[in-house]
Design a protein around this ligand. Structure first.
Ligand SMILES: Nc1ncnc2c1ncn2[C@@H]1O[C@H](COP(=O)(O)OP(=O)(O)OP(=O)(O)O)[C@@H](O)[C@H]1O
Ligand SMILES: [Mg+2]
Length: 209
């Protein structure tokens, strides 16, 4: 794959309510102010094919087998990389911001659904799925903070949000595993206020460009 040296892939990870959407807004403006074109994509949607898979997973009323889940996400991801991310990153001064990436698969299917991290890593060992971001921000919050922010928001819960505390603790363990094993991850204490999180992210981004 040809990657233009002035273009970057930035990923945001963290459980529900960790502040990904909030911070992505700031990062969008940050890069626009630096003269980049910003492309925001979300997983598992972002393509026509991926949006269909997204609804199939998130609106499911029945339990999906973890292996089916892992392959559905990997499938949507391969398509978004091929159709959107690779072509964008081959051009000059482009920023791709991904709201979740394969680290979420490690946390959700690897840890919470107990497939094991290695199975997810193995699934992502060839093109296009082996593309690593320039930087990944893990917005780390605890279970209680996630619950508090979700109930404050008062939105209807989807397939994953209906899960219990044990599931959420496993997710956090999964993200912690990622933070220890992938050098592109920066862990941010996202239980702190919005301004603090924004400043931490800004200082990392300043080093990147
Ligand atoms: N650092 C923070 N301190 C307090 N509240 C915050 C902070 N960051 C975000 N919030 C608030 O928490 C709620 C959830 O934030 P946000 O939607 O950005 O999270 P998210 O990670 O995108 O969640 P989801 O995974 O569900 O999309 C929002 O109401 C937001 O205003
Ligand atoms: Mg969000």
């Amino acid at each position: 794959m040809h990657r233009h040296p002035t273009s970057k892939l930035i990923v945001f990870e963290g459980i529900e309510g960790s502040g990904k959407t909030t911070q992505i807004e700031f990062v969008h403006k940050f890069f626009e102010n630096h003269g980049h074109t910003v492309n925001r994509l979300r997983e598992p949607g972002g393509t026509q094919f991926g949006e269909k898979l997204r609804s199939a997973i998130l609106e499911s009323e029945t339990m999906i087998h973890p292996l089916a889940e892992a392959h559905l996400f990997a499938s949507a991801r391969a398509q978004i990389l091929f159709e959107k991310v690779f072509p964008i990153l081959s051009k000059e001064k482009q920023i791709v911001i991904l709201d979740r990436y394969f680290y979420s698969s490690i946390a959700y299917q690897g840890f919470a659904r107990k497939l094991g991290a290695q199975k997810i890593i193995d699934l992502h060992n060839e093109e296009p799925l082996n593309l690593r971001p320039d930087i990944c921000f893990y917005l780390k919050i605890d279970l209680e903070t996630s619950h508090a922010r979700q109930s404050a928001r008062g939105s209807e819960k989807d397939y994953f949000e209906k899960s219990n505390n044990e599931f959420y603790s496993a997710l956090i363990n999964g993200y912690d595993y990622c933070a220890e094993n992938f050098k592109e991850i920066r862990t941010i204490d996202a239980a702190k206020d919005i301004e603090y999180v924004k400043e931490q992210i800004n200082s990392e981004l300043t080093k990147l460009i």
